[in-house]
Design a protein around this ligand. Structure first.
Ligand SMILES: Cc1cc2nc3c(=O)[nH]c(=O)nc-3n(C[C@H](O)[C@H](O)[C@H](O)COP(=O)(O)OP(=O)(O)OC[C@H]3O[C@@H](n4cnc5c(N)ncnc54)[C@H](O)[C@@H]3O)c2cc1C
Length: 377
C-alpha cells in the first residue's frame, strides 16, 4: 500500500518530488504559501547540472521538455578585474554540462506536469506537531489543519517543518547580495552588455563583487555582493531606491563605468538578499513519518548548486519511496543516509567557492579555480 505524501512548499524541490511520485503512481499534495503560481517573480537563470538537476529531470520524465527551455550560449564565463581588464573569457562551446534556463519556466514546466489540484495555493504553514505513530498535524495560517502519515518539508530556508527534526537555525554568512536588473542591455546599455558577454560575468575584489548574467531578451541581471554585517545594510533605506543605489554604488567607486552601470542604471529597485546558511554538517535523527529536502535540509551560501540539489533530493526521495512500497521508514532511512554526506560535501564546496570569489585572492583566485590551479590565494 502506498502512503499519500504531504509536501510543504512548491519550490523546485517539492515540485520535483511531487512529479516523481506521480510518475510512480504515488499520490501527493503540495501545500504552498503563495496565493498563485504567478504571485512572485521567480528570479533569474539557473544552470542545471548534468550531475544534479538533469538526472532529477530524467527521473521526472521531463528531460526532453527541459531541453526545449535551454537558452543556448549562456554557459560563457568572464572574470574581470575592477578596472574592467578581462582576466578570463571562456566562450560557451556547448560542452559545459550546465545548460541555463529561466527559473520561472522550469517551475512552470514542473507545475504543468502535475495532475490538476496537486498544489494547494494560499496554504501558508504556521506550525506542525507530532501526534505519535508517524502521524503529524499541519496547521495553516488560517487555522485549518491536515493530518498526514508522511510529511516532507520542502519549504526552503525558513522551513516550518524543520523544527520537528532539528534545532538548527540558519545563520547570516557575513555577506549579502543586492539584486539589480537592466532591460534591453544590448541596445540601452551596450558597454555593460559587452562586459557581461554571452553568459556570466564575475567582476571581483576581496570582500565584494559584481556578478551579472545575460538572461533572455538581453536582460542583464546582477547580484552585487558585499561582505558586510547586517547592521551595515540596516542603515540603508531600501525603500528609497535612488539613495540605496547610490550607497551601494559608492562601495565600487573607481571601478570601470561599464561595471558600476550594472548598479546605477538598474531598471528595477535594488533588492537586498541577506545570505544565510545552516551548519555544513546539518543532520537529524530519524523521526518516523517526516523528512526534509532542499534548502530546508541544507541551506548554504549560494554557489550555483542549491536548486540543483533540491531537485536531486526530490527525485531521490520520490524514487526511494517508490522502491519501498509499504515501508516508509526504510525509504526515509535510505534517503537520509545518502542525503547527509551529499549535502555536507556540497555545502563545504560552497564555502570554498565563496573564498575563491570574495577572499583576499580575488579575482585571481577565481581565475585559478577555472583554469584548474584552484586553491584560494
Ligand atoms: C540570491 C540567490 C541566488 C541563487 N542562485 C542560484 C543558482 O544560480 N543556481 C542554483 O542552483 N541555486 C541558486 N540559489 C539557491 C536556490 O535558489 C535554492 O537552493 C533553491 O531554490 C532551493 O529550492 P527549495 O525547493 O528547497 O526551496 P525554495 O525554492 O525556497 O522553495 C520553497 C517553497 O516553499 C514555500 N514556503 C515557504 N514557507 C512556507 C510555509 N510556511 N508554508 C507553505 N509554503 C512555504 C515558498 O513560498 C517556496 O515556494 C540561489 C539562492 C539565492 C538566495
Amino acid at each position: 500500500m502506498t502512503t499519500p505524501v504531504t509536501i510543504i512548499g512548491a519550490g523546485l524541490g517539492g515540485l520535483t518530488l511531487a512529479r516523481v511520485l506521480h510518475v510512480h503512481g504515488i499520490p501527493a499534495t503540495v501545500y504552498e504559501a503563495e496565493p498563485s503560481p504567478t504571485a512572485r517573480a521567480q528570479g533569474g537563470m539557473l544552470d542545471i547540472h548534468d550531475h544534479g538537476g538533469q538526472p532529477a529531470l530524467r527521473a521526472a520524465g521531463l528531460i526532453d521538455e527541459f531541453r526545449g527551455l535551454v537558452l543556448e550560449g549562456r554557459q560563457a564565463t568572464r572574470v574581470l578585474d575592477r578596472d574592467g581588464t578581462v582576466l578570463l573569457d571562456e566562450p560557451d562551446d556547448g560542452t559545459g554540462g550546465r545548460p541555463e534556463v529561466q527559473r520561472g519556466e522550469l517551475r512552470r514546466m514542473l507545475l504543468d506536469s502535475l495532475p490538476a489540484g496537486t498544489v494547494r495555493w494560499g496554504h501558508k504553514v504556521g506550525g506542525v506537531r507530532a501526534l505519535g505513530d508517524s502521524r503529524h498535524e499541519v496547521t495553516f495560517a488560517d487555522g485549518t489543519t491536515v493530518v498526514t502519515n508522511l510529511l516532507v518539508g520542502a519549504d526552503g530556508a525558513w522551513s516550518r517543518v524543520r523544527p520537528l527534526l532539528s534545532e538548527a537555525e540558519p545563520q547570516y554568512i557575513g555577506r549579502s547580495f543586492v539584486e539589480t536588473c537592466l532591460y534591453d542591455g544590448d541596445t540601452r546599455h551596450p558597454a555593460s552588455a559587452r562586459a557581461v558577454g554571452g553568459g556570466s560575468l564575475f567582476a571581483l575584489a576581496p570582500g565584494k563583487g559584481i556578478q551579472a548574467h545575460r538572461e533572455s531578451g538581453g536582460t542583464l541581471h546582477t547580484y552585487v555582493a558585499l561582505s558586510k554585517p547586517q547592521d551595515w545594510f540596516a542603515g540603508i533605506d531600501f525603500s528609497d531606491s535612488a539613495a540605496a543605489t547610490a550607497r551601494i554604488a559608492r562601495e565600487f567607486d573607481g571601478w570601470a563605468p561599464e561595471l558600476t552601470a550594472l548598479i546605477t542604471d538598474s531598471d528595477t529597485a535594488p533588492v537586498l538578499r541577506p545570505l544565510h546558511a545552516l551548519p555544513i554538517e546539518h543532520r537529524w535523527d530519524r523521526a518516523p513519518g517526516a523528512t526534509l529536502l532542499g534548502d530546508a535540509a541544507h541551506l548554504s551560501a549560494p554557489n550555483g548548486e542549491g536548486a540543483n540539489l533540491a531537485m536531486y533530493d526530490g527525485a531521490e526521495l520520490g524514487q526511494t519511496l517508490a522502491a519501498h512500497p509499504g515501508d516508509v521508514e526504510a525509504a526515509l532511512t535510505e534517503y537520509e543516509q545518502a542525503l547527509f554526506p551529499r549535502s555536507a560535501e556540497a555545502a563545504a564546496e560552497g564555502t570554498r567557492l565563496h573564498e575563491f570569489l570574495f577572499g583576499d585572492g580575488a579575482p585571481h583566485s577565481l581565475v585559478d579555480m577555472f583554469t584548474g590551479h584552484g586553491q584560494p590565494r
